[in-house]
Design a protein around this ligand. Structure first.
Ligand SMILES: Cc1cc2nc3c(=O)[nH]c(=O)nc-3n(C[C@H](O)[C@H](O)[C@H](O)COP(=O)(O)OP(=O)(O)OC[C@H]3O[C@@H](n4cnc5c(N)ncnc54)[C@H](O)[C@@H]3O)c2cc1C
Length: 317
């Protein structure tokens, strides 16, 4: 969705966007306000769409004007660089948030719905399968894109299909068999090398199983308590910063053993509570976080010969 050498948004197009989206379009919008890391420069434009037809209109219009776009969900897994984002950031959380039940065990949720709202909806209806996602902040669309998960499951366990809007504005449904799930990532499984990153996820459908709501509620409380005990609260972050390497100790354990707890650059610090969390203690910049990321990577590499890869999406200039 990003292009090199992107043009600034011309004043004629600015007028057109203003006419269509009114106060739902903002120019030079600081991304600090839209990410849980609370860092990042401004996006050229930030537009909140209110429904699918607006989204289709916007994608077509941006294509005609050769402007890139970036979809933001809850901004909970993003590190936006200090020079910000060229092109248009599209936000789905206001208009595309409906959650519905279909038949006995199937739920659907539009991409902008909050993931925790979907989990609670399932618990109330006695539908089991989504409790692993409790406490993972952000949206359904972001969780599908990231194949979000925890020790006890991930989105691939419950996702049945997704509805997407492609780069040309065409809407299609892709079954689970057409998707490849990997650790914190999702891609198309087809042979045409289509990039999922140039499509927008509109909706997910989830296949669950029956369970008593009281049981699900008790399980949910236990999971949320365990999360509270192990994760830092009170500081801005994007959750676990690095992916866990395959067949090795967790990234957090490796960072801890490499002496990384408490490493700091400016206001960016490795959490003392959970070494895979980089926290913003107040005034960190994206540059501080990136420098700290390199320091942590070097320390782990030196001790274990393992190069940790960021799980957080680093975007912008
Ligand atoms: C305190 C904390 C705890 C966390 N714990 C966990 C955890 O236990 N497990 C875990 O997996 N993650 C965890 N995370 C990370 C994050 O919450 C998840 O990755 C989440 O699913 C991201 O959702 P989002 O809506 O915020 O996506 P964003 O951060 O907004 O976006 C993430 C990526 O998804 C893309 N995207 C978003 N919506 C769409 C869409 N509709 N169509 C196409 N692409 C889209 C974006 O372009 C971006 O590339 C945690 C984060 C925090 C802050």
């Amino acid at each position: 969705m990003f292009l090199a050498g992107v043009m600034a948004i011309q004043s004629e197009l600015k007028k057109q966007l203003k006419n269509r989206f009114s106060d739902r379009v903002r120019f030079d919008e600081p991304m600090t306000a839209h990410t849980t890391f609370r860092v990042g420069g401004a996006a050229d434009a930030f537009i909140t769409v209110s429904d699918e037809s607006e989204l289709t209109y916007l994608i077509t219009c941006l294509k005609e004007n050769n402007l890139p776009f970036f979809i933001i969900g809850g901004g909970t897994n993003l590190l936006v660089k200090d020079q910000g984002i060229r092109g248009v950031v599209i936000c789905l959380t206001k208009g595309l948030a409906k959650i519905s039940q279909h038949g006995a065990i199937t739920l659907s949720a539009l991409a902008g719905a909050s993931l925790s709202a979907l989990c609670r909806f399932a618990i109330k209806r006695g539908l089991s399968g989504l409790n692993f996602a409790l406490g993972i902040p952000g949206t359904v669309g972001g969780a599908i894109r990231m194949n979000a998960g925890a020790g006890n499951g991930d989105m691939s366990d419950v996702l049945e299909s997704i509805r997407i809007i492609g780069p040309d504005g065409n809407i299609e449904t892709v079954d689970k068999t057409g998707l490849t799930f990997s650790y914190r990532d999702l891609s198309f499984a087809d042979e045409n090398c289509r990039e999922l990153s140039s499509s927008v996820i509109l909706e997910g459908r989830f296949s669950l199983s029956h369970q008593r709501p009281e049981f699900l509620k008790a399980e949910a409380d236990a999971l949320l308590n365990a999360r509270k005990k192990s994760q830092p609260t009170g500081f801005a972050s994007a959750g676990c910063f690095f992916k866990n390497p395959e067949n090795r100790e967790s990234a957090g354990k490796l960072i801890d053993l490499a002496g990384g707890k408490g490493f700091r650059v400016g206001d960016a610090a490795v959490s003392e509570k959970h070494a895979n969390f980089i926290v913003n203690r107040g005034r960190a910049t994206a540059e501080d976080i990136l420098r700290l990321m390199n320091i942590v990577q070097e320390a782990v590499f030196k001790k274990f010969n393992i190069m940790l890869e960021p799980e957080v999406k680093i975007v912008g200039d």
